[in-house]
Design a protein around this ligand. Structure first.
Ligand SMILES: *Cc1c(COP(=O)(O)O)cnc(C)c1O
Length: 407
């Protein structure tokens, strides 16, 4: 059953919550009560000073906000672009994901729920959810595709050590898409006791809006830091786009500054022409997946296509609906970087700046390096969404494969 978003409370807090051509709430009957309750919960919480104070306190004293803005002097000199990095890699658990899990877990507590459900692909959102659940005294169940669990064994161990229950999903392709299906099913079965902590700016309304609001702290901080350290706004803001939460988080700080260019970088995989990628804007078409209308990688019959990226966090067939809207209106543009370009950027940032970036974030760095001629002399702000410690095995394996190929 497809519901129109008009069933939601019409509210100035959710401008376009149902009116945009992208987004909406294409959810089964059984989920609607949970989603409507969640919207009310968020509308009441977001302007409550006590909720804000608790959220800000945890972000500051537990997660480690504000994260720094770092100039990248040696990379800047090498490529002739003035590069600055917003350091979400320095947040607790090593990526921006905790901004969202802390916010949503506080919402769950406010609603009197004792348990959270989460899905995870690479395990990063699962670890952030398990971490937050431990801190706030909530039970935590994480759904993860069996194939992902094999590929990301250390994160499965981390979640278990943090006290979470990890449920392996054996249906379908045994990856993230199937884990989301199972998590939604589990939420329907326990609507009073549990809250589903969705991990990116995706899914049925109100999730994309809530996640973007919690991640917008990145952009708010970055704008102030730019004015302080650059004495100006950046001319271009660049972020990698999986579901789109870190990108929408930093874009929110600059979207009203019409002169600031916004660039999202998707996974070009082995090259968009090969079909082995996750570039939804250039390779996808409008469609519905997991409750939202957006750009989706699909075949002519509407079946979801297999995706590929060296970075698990960008390897998903749909993009957050707010990005679809920003792309359609021309306010932001969406480009891609290949596996190989991301690997090179990973190495450049490590050697020139002493930072091992996540492979996801390396895509944003790669796009800037690849386009340095067009960007010459410009102030460019890159959202460094996470750190690369989790990716060392992938990087070493990919380098070995490349070296083997050259022999
Ligand atoms: C999960 C993840 C991403 C992709 O998710 P978005 O919702 O697009 O931000 C990007 N970078 C890192 C480090 C991640 O862990």
């Amino acid at each position: 059953m497809i519901h129109s978003p008009q069933t939601f409370r019409s509210s100035p807090h959710f401008p376009g919550g149902g009116a945009l051509p992208f987004g909406g709430c294409f959810a089964p009957e059984t989920l609607m009560a949970n989603l409507i309750e969640l919207e009310s919960l968020w509308i009441d919480a977001k302007d409550d000073p006590a909720f804000r104070a608790e959220l800000d306190g945890l972000l500051t004293n537990y997660a480690g906000r504000a994260t720094p803005l770092s100039h990248a002097p040696r990379l800047s000199e090498k490529i002739g672009v003035d590069v600055w990095l917003k350091r979400e890699d320095l947040l607790h658990t090593g990526a921006h994901k905790l901004n969202n899990t802390i916010g949503q877990c506080l919402l769950a507590k406010r609603a009197g729920k004792s348990r959270i459900i989460a899905e995870t692909g690479a395990g990063q959102h699962g670890v952030a959810s398990a971490t937050t659940a431990a801190r706030l005294g909530l039970e935590c169940t994480v759904y993860m595709g069996e194939r992902d669990a094999e590929r990301q064994a250390p994160n499965v161990q981390r979640m278990k050590l943090l006290g979470a229950k990890v449920e392996l999903v054996t249906s379908g392709s045994r990856t993230l898409k199937d884990a989301v299906d199972e998590a939604m099913r589990a939420w329907v079965e326990d609507p009073d006791g549990s809250h589903y902590v969705l991990g990116s700016a995706l899914g049925p309304h109100p999730f994309p809006r809530i996640v973007a609001d919690f991640q917008s702290v990145i952009g708010r901080e970055a704008r102030v830091q730019c004015l302080d350290q650059m004495q100006d706004l950046p001319e271009v803001v660049v972020a990698c786009v999986g579901g789109g939460s870190n990108a929408i988080g930093i874009f929110r700080g600059f979207v009203d500054d019409a002169e600031v260019e916004l660039v999202g970088v998707e996974a070009g995989g082995r090259g968009v022409a090969t079909g082995a990628h996750a570039a939804r804007f250039s390779g996808g078409a409008p469609g519905v997946l997991h409750g939202t209308h957006t750009y989706v990688l699909q075949d002519d019959g509407g079946q979801i296509r297999e995706t590929h990226s060296i970075s698990a966090g960008l390897d998903y067939p749909a993009v957050g609906p707010e990005h679809a809207g920003l792309g359609a209106s021309g306010r932001a543009r969406y480009e891609s970087a290949t596996d190989g370009q991301a690997l090179d950027a990973f190495g450049d940032l490590a050697r020139l700046e002493g930072i091992l970036p996540a492979l996801e974030s390396s895509h944003a760095v790669a796009w800037v390096i690849e386009n340095s001629t067009a960007l010459r002399g410009k102030r460019v702000l890159i959202n460094l969404s996470g750190r690369g410690d989790k990716d060392l095995d992938s990087v070493i394996a990919a380098k070995a494969a490349l070296a083997g190929g050259k022999r």
